[in-house]
Design a protein around this ligand. Structure first.
Ligand code: ADP
Ligand code: ADP
Ligand code: ZN
Length: 224
């Protein structure tokens, strides 16, 4: 049975890092709305053109755009394997829309995992974050450097990207947005017993272990 989970946490909490690991462990597909929006900005689609300035300022893009984007994405066949929502929902209306979208497809949300990290650590994580341009593998200057300087561990690529919005001023705004608009989703999920919290301050392996304990053993057939 396909399992759908949400990773909920402030910018830099480790959602993308853990989503990629869970994809490998459990076989669901990572749905990162940040990645989708950045792809739209790069492709200069209508959505991308609208979203760019909003993202650069550290604000949230309109619910209507995000909900349409996720609705489309859920139509693709790989979403039937189950999804790890990374960066969505970020507002209560998005959370309500996600419930409707999944119900419409005869499915539901199985678990919401909150990743809790102190603000100081978030700022340090975001300041040192970079990703491989060819395969998207994530790294950090101090906490997860590449094994060989300048070479991606995963694919051998030599080009890396730093996000335009990963600067001190924008990070502050993104954190404010998180506490004002995203944190109110927590009681929404807590009320129905779907919410579990993990200590996102722990090292990456320990966080993966804590999430795996919540999700239970991966189904043998989807391990790869
Ligand atoms: P998010 O998707 O929540 O914004 P990322 O997964 O991109 O967060 O992580 C932000 C940065 O912090 C990345 O550079 C990543 O390598 C690093 N990171 C992720 N998890 C941890 C951790 N548990 N401890 C230290 N650094 C981490
Ligand atoms: P982070 O990894 O730091 O949590 P993301 O990559 O998820 O950041 O998102 C980057 C930016 O994209 C956000 O600051 C916001 O402008 C926009 N964005 C991503 N997901 C959403 C969403 N669900 N709702 C509104 N805006 C979003
Ligand atoms: Zn790579």
């Amino acid at each position: 049975m396909a399992v759908n989970i949400v990773l909920l946490g402030p910018p830099g909490a480790g959602k993308g890092t853990q989503a990629k690991r869970l994809e490998q462990l459990y076989g669901m597909v990572q749905l990162s709305t940040g990645d989708m929006l950045r792809a739209a900005v790069a492709a200069e689609t209508q959505v991308g053109l609208r979203a760019k300035a909003v993202m650069d300022a550290g604000n949230l893009v309109d619910d209507e755009i995000l909900i349409a984007m996720i609705a489309d994405r859920l139509e693709q066949p790989d979403a039937k394997r189950g999804a790890i929502f990374d960066g969505f929902p970020r507002t209560v209306p998005q959370a309500e829309a996600l419930d409707r979208l999944l119900a419409h497809r005869g499915s539901r949300l199985h678990q919401v995992i909150e990743m809790r990290v102190d603000d100081d650590a978030l700022v340090a994580r975001i300041a040192g974050r970079f990703t491989c341009k060819s395969c998207g593998a994530g790294f950090h200057d101090a906490f997860k450097p590449t094994k060989q300087a300048g070479i991606c561990d995963a694919c051998g690529g030599r080009e890396f990207i730093r996000r335009a919005d990963d600067n001190a001023a924008t990070v502050k705004k993104r954190l404010t947005e998180y506490y004002a608009k995203t944190a109110p989703i927590l009681p929404y999920y807590r009320a129905r017993g779907a919410l579990k919290t993990v200590n996102g301050m722990a090292d990456m392996d320990a966080v993966t272990t804590a999430i795996a304990e919540i999700l239970g053993p991966p189904p043998a057939e989807s391990t790869h």
